[in-house]
Every structure is written in C-alpha cells, then in structure tokens.
Design a protein around this ligand. Structure first.
Ligand SMILES: NC(=O)c1ccc[n+]([C@@H]2O[C@H](COP(=O)([O-])OP(=O)(O)OC[C@H]3O[C@@H](n4cnc5c(N)ncnc54)[C@H](OP(=O)(O)O)[C@@H]3O)[C@@H](O)[C@H]2O)c1
Length: 299
C-alpha cells in the first residue's frame, strides 16, 4: 500500500490519480475528512484519517504502508497562522520529523518528500529553511528516500496561474504585481506526478532532485503564453508592489482575507530549478508550457 499524505491537494491528487490508474493500492491521509473524503473516494483511493500535528494519528496512518509520499502544506499557505499551528516550522520541519519517525518505526521501505526549489539552510525565507530541515530529517531517517524540489507547478487545479486565468476571463486587462520580470521555470503538474509516481513505486534512483519545466521564462512571458493559449491577448497592467502590499496589510483583519502580505511576496518570487540530474536519472521528458496549458485551457 502507498500512503499519500497530502493526496487530496493539488500535487498529491495528480499523483493519486496516476497511481490508481496504474493499479496501485493507494490510501490518502487527510486531516479534514469532512472536506476531502468525497474527492479522495472519487479518485479511487481509500481514506485514512491523520493529522501532521498529531503524532499518534500518524502511527495509525502509516501502519501497513510500503511507501509514503509527503506532499502537504497548511490550509492558509502562504500566510502563517501560529495560533492554529499553521506555520512552516510545524508543517515542513516538525511535521516531517513526526511523519518520517512514524514511517521508520512502521518499517516503511520508501519515503518521498515534496520539498521546494530554493530549500537551503541559509535561505532568507523561513519556508525554504523549514523545507531544508524537513529534508534533513528524511535524509537522517535511514529509509530509502527521494526528495523532490519543484519550482512553480501549474495545472488545472493550481492556486497560482489559475488566478491570472480568472483575471483574464473577467477583466479587460491582466494585473501583475511588480514588473513581472521574475524568472520562473513552470512545470506541468502531470510531469511532477510522473516523477513522484516513479519515485514511490520503483527501486530506482534515490536522493534529491530539482524539478522544473523545460523553459525559463519571466512572469510576463508566462502570462502572454497563457493568453495566447486562451486565444485572446489583453494588456498586462503592472502595479507597484506596495499597492497590493498595502491592501493586504489592511485586509489581514478579515477572518478569510482574500490577499495577504505573504501572498504578495509569493506572487513576485522567482522559482527556477536545475533539472539535469532529474533528466539523467529519471529519463523524463518535460512538457513545454504551451503544450501543458493547451491540455486544459485551449478554447
Ligand atoms: N504548488 C506549487 O507550485 C509547489 C511548488 C513547489 C513546492 N510545492 C510543495 O508541494 C507540496 C504540496 O503543495 P500543493 O500545492 O499540492 O498543496 P495543497 O494543494 O495546498 O495541498 C495541501 C495538502 O495538505 C493537506 N493538509 C492540510 N493540513 C493538514 C494536516 N494538518 N495534516 C495532514 N495533512 C494536511 C491537505 O489535505 P486535507 O485538507 O485533506 O487534510 C492537502 O492535501 C507543499 O509542500 C508545497 O510546499 C508546491
């Protein structure tokens, strides 16, 4: 049995569908069964209750698993909510330590951890330092493991590019925070899922792999490609960073803010990956952006 922790999420669900399609026995752990049960069962996977914040629930969840995938984050990502323990430290560092400890105790044979391109001990952003410390816990576990570091993942359910698709649908222009010159290496979620599915099921390469798409593009180029695929060009309108940043600052008082200062930072961050090792050891063909977008956006 393969246990997908975070298998109801954007990346995890793409992996779950692929593994179920290949005939694997897949269980998806969720901390929110009321919300995620139907989605998990529709994918053809079993539902297992478990919460990355509760160690005892993890022991129950990993029981009987041959392999574990960890691809999760807290519900308010990228905005931390310390009172709810929704922090990078709790999920990416301590959560990984809790889950990999439970997996080692249960004799799990293979562990795949979805980290992020940029993970480093001295990274300036807390999310990348926490990812690094999570990676270190996996490396120290003694379990055969694959660490996947994706760059900027897009697909039919992504929380990033789809916001711009909605702007493009409803506005006469597409708003961009900053000058849109940050460099991205967009990778199709199906390519990430293919790598992860190979990593959890076969006794092939182990180690740490950065995963990005075949092109490095600016945010402006990504948005122009998205508009071309949708068949209608509209102007990109660039807003100085401080404007949405200011709006986000005041919107923080709302219970469910539509914009947070962290989301503004996230929207202007670059994300590139070195895919050489991935191509060599996984032999995967990476999908160009236009081709990936055409599978779900072409009109
Ligand atoms: N998306 C990207 O572009 C990208 C790029 C680089 C790296 N990554 C990394 O990939 C991972 C997955 O990202 P994603 O975009 O697929 O995330 P996502 O769609 O937000 O999914 C988050 C998952 O976490 C689970 N979860 C939330 N709270 C939990 C808890 N307390 N205990 C156990 N599970 C919990 C959710 O399941 P339930 O709600 O069912 O509990 C859900 O399946 C993250 O670590 C992220 O940092 C993503």
């Amino acid at each position: 049995m393969i246990l997908l922790v975070g298998g109801s999420g954007f990346i995890g669900a793409a992996v779950a569908r692929r593994l179920v399609g290949q005939g694997s026995d897949v269980a998806v752990m969720t901390a929110h069964p009321a919300r995620s049960r139907e989605r998990i069962e529709r994918m053809g996977a079993r539902v297992v209750a478990g919460d990355i914040l509760e160690p005892a629930s993890l022991d129950r969840a990993v029981d009987g698993a041959d392999a574990v995938l960890q691809s999760l984050t807290f519900p308010t990502f990228p905005a931390e909510k310390p009172r709810k323990r929704y922090t990078f430290e709790e999920f990416d560092r301590l959560g990984t330590e809790r889950l990999v400890t439970a997996a080692a105790r249960a004799g799990v044979g293979r562990y795949v951890f979805v980290s992020g391109a940029g993970a480093a001990p001295d990274a300036s952003e807390v999310r990348f330092r926490a990812k690094w410390l999570g990676e270190e816990a996996v490396r120290a576990s003694g379990i055969a493991h694959v660490i996947i570091r994706p760059s900027w993942v897009y697909g039919p359910e992504d929380p990033g590019l789809n916001k711009f698709v909605a702007f493009h649908r409803w506005l006469p222009f597409v708003p961009v925070v900053g000058d849109g010159s940050q460099r991205l290496q967009p990778v199709f979620v199906e390519d990430v899922a293919e790598v992860i599915a190979l990593a959890v099921t076969r006794t092939g390469p182990t180690g740490t792999f950065e995963v990005g798409g075949p092109e490095v593009l600016t945010m402006n180029d990504v948005l122009r490609t998205m508009m071309e695929v949708r068949g209608k060009m509209k102007p990109l309108v660039h807003f100085p960073r401080f404007l949405p940043g200011l709006a986000a600052f005041f919107l923080q008082v709302l219970p469910r803010p539509p914009l947070s200062p962290e989301a503004v930072d996230f929207a202007t961050a670059g994300a590139v990956a070195d895919t050489e090792k991935l191509r060599q050891e996984f032999g995967i063909r990476l999908t160009p952006l236009r081709q990936g977008l055409s599978t779900y956006l072409a009109g």
